[in-house]
Design a protein around this ligand. Structure first.
Ligand code: MG
Length: 373
């Protein structure tokens, strides 16, 4: 019977993890870490639902990549868990951190098998070392290390968390409601990914695939009088600029679409909608920088980009070099990985009639190789 919901917590800022991608977004072969964890859990048990708790920004991307339920996290683990519990309809809930990424299947099965109404099942480890409390040795049989994932009675956990008390784990919350705590054997394999050094201990993570991801973008803007013209962030001498909600840098817009496309992120309108007042007259360089930061934070690095600017006017030859160097700087890659082509429309169509400019762009991305950090 499907009476368990899986909640995977991954909304933390992970400030102790010092790599360009967030730890949830280290790629293991062709999957980001959070997706590998969710998929591996689903092989163990047929959960009624899998709820992944993350930041609003991440959810926008995650929901393109997998058909799980995604819920926005709160300011603390407990707030995040409370948000997720609102959507739980099953009697039981299994809560794990995405950072606890290498699963011990046998241990998780032991946890699930022990489930009981008004209880919390907790995996524990015994202590093998001698323990002292201040000056005095204590009986190590009396002490246990508490692990996760823990399986709780949903109703009791919801009730327990409806308070200002900050609990360190689910079992202490359940205990506060006089629920039963059931201990099962834990596992020394269940490491948590907190710092970069932990990566050496996590044998379930594979090196990222070396595949190149290709994206394509196209944009077109008509001319508008008495406006400055920008292409690739470079100011172009011209009596007119581009009609647009933003500064109208049609080249950067096509490039952003190519980059988002390569990453599987959708398109520019989803991230910077022209109905949003924040982007009125915005410098497109800011949008490009934001796109690059976003891609880096989810484990992508930029390979190369290539742009074709189709313009009958203005003449762009003298700007091509500064466009290349400007984009290289914004993308944080060598100028040899940036190419700018300028062509005309041979007087055909709207571009040929000098009514505007169109740009086509292509970009490649790779997964950040955390094994060579
Ligand atoms: Mg545009």
């Amino acid at each position: 019977m499907q009476d368990i919901t899986l909640i995977l917590l991954g909304a933390g800022s992970a400030s102790r993890f010092k790599l360009p991608p967030k730890k949830q977004w280290l790629w293991s072969d062709n999957r980001p870490l959070w997706l590998q964890v969710a998929n591996e859990f689903s092989k163990i048990e047929n959960f009624a639902d899998t709820i992944i708790v993350s930041s609003k920004d991440d959810i926008r991307v995650m929901s393109n990549f997998a058909d799980y339920s995604f819920i926005e996290g709160g300011d603390s683990r407990q707030e995040s868990l409370k948000n997720a519990l609102k959507y739980v309809k099953t009697d039981f809930v299994l809560v794990s951190d995405i950072a606890r990424c290498c699963l011990d299947i046998d241990m998780i099965r032991r946890v699930i098998l022990a489930k009981k109404h008004n209880s919390c099942v907790v995996p524990t480890l015994n202590i093998v070392d001698t323990l002292y409390l201040k000056e005095l040795p204590i009986n190590r049989e009396d002490v246990k290390i508490i692990q996760t994932p823990q399986l709780s009675c949903s109703k009791t956990l919801k009730k327990a968390l409806d308070t200002d008390i900050e609990f360190t784990d689910d079992s202490s919350a359940i205990a506060s409601e006089n629920g039963e705590i059931i201990f099962v054997d834990g596992s020394t394999k269940a490491h948590k990914l907190t710092t970069v050094e932990d990566l050496d201990k996590l044998d379930c993570l594979k090196a990222p695939s070396k595949r190149a991801l290709v994206g394509f973008g196209i944009d077109i803007h008509p001319f508008e009088n008495n406006k400055k013209m920008y292409l690739c962030g470079v100011e172009i001498e011209s009596p007119f600029g581009f009609k647009a909600h933003s500064d109208g840098d049609v080249a950067i817009h096509a490039l952003i679409d190519a980059l988002l496309g390569a990453g599987g992120l959708g398109d520019i309108g989803e991230f910077y909608p022209d109905t949003d007042i924040r982007y009125r007259g915005v410098d497109s360089k800011i949008l490009l920088k934001d796109t690059v930061d976003r891609l880096n934070s989810i484990g992508y690095i930029i390979g190369n980009v290539d742009l074709s600017i189709i313009a009958e006017t203005p003449k762009l030859l003298k700007y091509k070099k500064s466009m290349r160097f400007n984009l290289a700087k914004l993308l944080n890659i060598g100028a040899n990985f940036v190419n700018i082509k300028a062509t005309t429309a041979e007087r055909l169509g709207a571009i040929g009639r000098k009514e505007g400019v169109a740009v086509e762009a292509i970009a490649t991305l790779y997964y950040y190789d955390w094994t060579k950090r």
